[in-house]
Ligand binder design. Structure first.
Ligand code: BGC
Length: 742
């Protein structure tokens, strides 16, 4: 029996290692190098300082970075960029005894020089190839600028638009989020690390950061294990399986334990269960912040707790640097833990080829040609137009025909450029961006294009509004561009009020008095609340922040050069009081449908239960019809699968793409299951009159869930199957049974 167990263990180890195979040649080199390293040199590898850009609170400690690097006290730098600067700093590392190269990390979140739509916008494309291409271009530009490593993708599920960082992720759904995590990791990392057109990725923030209580950034998180595993961990697991090189932990606590000091997350789940071989970097001083949380009594205690829990590298916290040598000497921390962390970091440096040539990413000639490659703008424009969601289009006002109509472009966002970059642009010159106004001006004769600003995002005076109305009166159609400024969504930009800021709604109401048709273009970093506009505008485009090619891509949609195909990756509430609001909720014992009386039902007495716009929603200029749903069988076992087919037809007059969505509901289970869950989708292009057969396969994996013992199981019973154009607009229904049977 013992022998059998041993064999099982060996087999498990072998199967794990083949999944995440480590290169024995590199391992040998890592071990040989480790043997030569002093304790101080080892601790140095675990230390990461920022350059002169601060993407977090500045440390009060005076540090001579040059001396620190030359003395081998630094393993990685963040926020140093450009071929020349990275070369200069790397040269300092080459003066150390063992010449271990530095790793240069940067937040390349949605582009480097060419800025792509914010990640939430790209998620709206539901187009994995486009998302991957965007990451590839960002990686190529960053890699040519000396960067080895991006702190992306952020794969945090977010169900709360008050949280400003919802803009950095893929929205609320674990299935869509997992596919996007894979696309981004593969896009950034390419075929293999070390290719100078790619950079190492980092899945962040591990874990559950998006569930900060009340949507306030850096706040505590409290959730059940089932919720953690079912909703928040899947995109991280997907990133790990896709071979992501690193993970970053997070600022929040999870059920009382800071993520940085969280052994369950980093050791039990990530490094043991998932067999993750890369390294974990802390978030900006998150090791030090354990003191503020009241989880560590002093810096030494924080260092012990973080390293023991599996945080390998200390980002700008300086605590490992100050404390670990002494702690090892005093035997308060086991050297084996240090060695493991160092090995993980060195392995990545070898994989990136930095020991062969520490300057291989810092090549000024390559930097010039790659950064200014005009093709990148074309790719950005393509991804951007795929990210625009058409929320409303009364009487087919859009697309606008190129005609002799006069257009009034009004609003504080009309000429916005910097805002289009969002909050994560550590390297770009937004003066080269195309604003909506410029996009329009390049297509229209100047006497047909009228403009008024109508105020700022924060405030409009009566005069500004009057001027806007006067201008609008002379036009046939009004385009009103409103939204947020770049610093209203993003890190530490939580909002308690999600209405359009300032007087932008007032501006809309004033323009409405002209009686002209109004197309509202909303440029923002998160789902906003704009009920009046939603009710009264003739057409609405939700464009998020689209990056360098914002204006051109919006015009592509306005004039029908591109037929919108995006679908919301996050629910838009009617009011803040409904938050958190998400499509895959459970039903309650007193569900409300459309009953007359709301008494004793799960409702608000002053608000609807339904969202303003549901997850998966988005219109097209054409219309689609769903028909002929067929299931190959209506009863399956765990070893079986069902082939689902249906017909999708383009019944309108434009070529267009539809995202057909498959949802399942497990009717009865040992733990209450959501009313529906996205399990598959297909993005399909159809010309007018065309019909295609769409096919989905349903097998065990799509029917499984975490039970209360956290086992990934299926349970026999009935499942509802729903296929639709949005989570709240199901076109085809069926059901099937999962039965026991071998
Ligand atoms: C953010 C991270 C980011 C890091 C480095 C932190 O404040 O939470 O997402 O990667 O700064 O800039």
């Amino acid at each position: 029996m013992r022998r059998y167990k041993l064999l099982l263990l060996v087999l498990t180890v072998i199967s794990f290692t083949s999944l995440h195979a480590q290169d024995p040649v590199i391992e040998k080199k890592v071990n040989a190098l480790l043997k030569q390293m002093t304790l101080e040199e080892k601790i140095g590898q675990l230390n990461q300082y920022t350059g002169r850009i601060f993407t977090g609170p500045q440390s009060t400690e005076k540090t001579n970075l040059q001396t620190e690097i030359k003395n081998g006290w630094v393993g990685s730098m963040l926020n140093v960029k450009g071929a020349r600067s990275t070369r200069e700093v790397q040269e300092l590392a080459m003066q150390t005894r063992l010449k271990i190269p530095l790793l240069f990390g940067l937040d390349v979140i949605h582009g480097y020089e060419t800025i792509f739509p914010i990640p939430l916008a790209e998620a709206a494309s539901w187009d994995m190839d486009a998302i991957k291409r965007s990451a590839q271009v960002a990686a190529a530009e960053a890699a040519a600028n000396g960067i080895h490593w991006t702190f992306a993708p952020m794969v945090d599920i977010a169900r709360d638009p008050r949280w400003g960082r919802i803009m950095e992720g893929a929205g609320e759904d674990p299935y869509l989020g997992s596919l996007i995590a894979i696309a981004r990791v593969k896009g950034f990392q390419g075929e293999h690390l070390g290719d100078t057109l790619s950079i190492m990725a980092c899945a962040k923030h591990f874990a559950a950061y998006g569930a900060a209580i009340a949507g306030r950034d850096y706040n505590a998180v409290d959730m059940s294990d089932v919720e953690l595993w079912q909703t928040y961990l899947p995109p991280f697991k997907a990133a790990a399986d896709a071979g992501v090189g690193t993970f970053m932990n997070s600022f929040n606590t999870l059920n009382g334990i800071p993520a940085t000091g969280n052994d369950y997350l980093q050791r039990t789940i990530l490094k043991r269960k998932w067999n993750f071989k890369g390294f974990v970097v802390s978030d900006w001083n998150s090791v030090g912040e354990m003191l503020k949380w009241g989880y560590a009594s002093d810096s030494a205690d924080a260092a012990i707790k973080a390293l023991t829990a599996g945080s390998d590298m200390d980002m700008e916290g300086r605590i490992y640097r100050r404390k670990l040598v002494q702690l090892v000497k005093e035997k308060k921390i086991n050297i084996a833990l240090v060695d493991d962390a160092v090995k993980r970091i060195l392995y990545k440096k070898f994989e990136l080829g930095l020991f062969d040539d520490p300057f291989r990413f810092s090549d000024e000639a390559r930097e010039k040609t790659i950064t200014s490659d005009p093709q990148h703008r074309q790719i950005a424009r393509d991804v951007a137009r795929k990210s625009i969601v058409l929320l409303k289009n009364n009487d087919q006002l859009l697309p606008l025909a190129p005609s002799d109509k006069t257009i009034a472009i009004i609003g504080p966002a009309a000429k916005a450029k910097r805002d289009m970059a969002g909050s994560w642009t550590v390297n770009t010159d937004s003066t080269t961006f195309i604003s909506l106004y410029e996009g329009l001006a390049s297509r229209m004769s100047s006497d047909k294009l009228l403009y008024a600003k109508g105020g700022t995002v924060q405030h409009s005076t009566g005069e500004e509004i009057n001027e806007a109305v006067a201008v609008a009166t002379k036009a046939d159609v009004i385009i009103l561009a409103v939204g947020e400024t770049w610093d209203m969504s993003g890190e530490s930009k939580s909002r308690a009020d999600l209405r359009l800021p300032g007087d932008q709604e007032k501006l809309f109401t004033a323009l409405q008095q002209t009686g002209k048709p109004i197309i509202v273009v909303i440029m923002a970093g998160r789902p906003l609340v704009f009920n009046n506009i939603a009710d009264k505008a003739h057409a609405i485009l939700y464009t998020w922040w689209l990056g360098s090619e914002a204006g051109n891509s919006i015009c592509d949609v306005l004039f029908g050069n591109y037929n919108p195909s995006a679908k919301l990756p996050a629910t838009f509430p009617r009011s803040v009081g409904q938050i958190p609001l998400y499509y895959n909720h459970t039903i309650t014992g007193r569900p409300y449908n459309t009953q007359k009386s709301k008494q004793y039902l799960s409702v608000y007495i002053d608000e609807e239960n339904t969202p303003r716009y549901a997850f998966g929603y988005g219109l097209s200029y054409t219309t689609f019809e769903y028909s002929d749903l067929k299931l190959s069988k209506t009863s399956i076992t765990n070893n079986d699968s069902i082939i689902v087919t249906f017909k999708l037809s383009n019944t309108g007059i434009y070529t267009g793409e539809e995202v057909a969505q498959l949802y399942l509901r497990d009717e009865v289970a040992s733990i209450v299951r959501p009313v529906k869950e996205l399990k598959d989708f297909a993005k399909v292009q159809l010309v007018p009159g065309e019909t295609k057969e769409i096919r989905f396969v349903i097998a065990k994996e799509k029917l499984s869930f975490y039970n209360k013992e956290l086992q990934w199981v299926t349970e026999p019973g009935k499942f509802q199957l729903m296929i639709g154009t949005a989570s709240d607009n199901i076109k085809l229904h069926s059901s099937f049974e999962l039965v026991n049977g071998k």
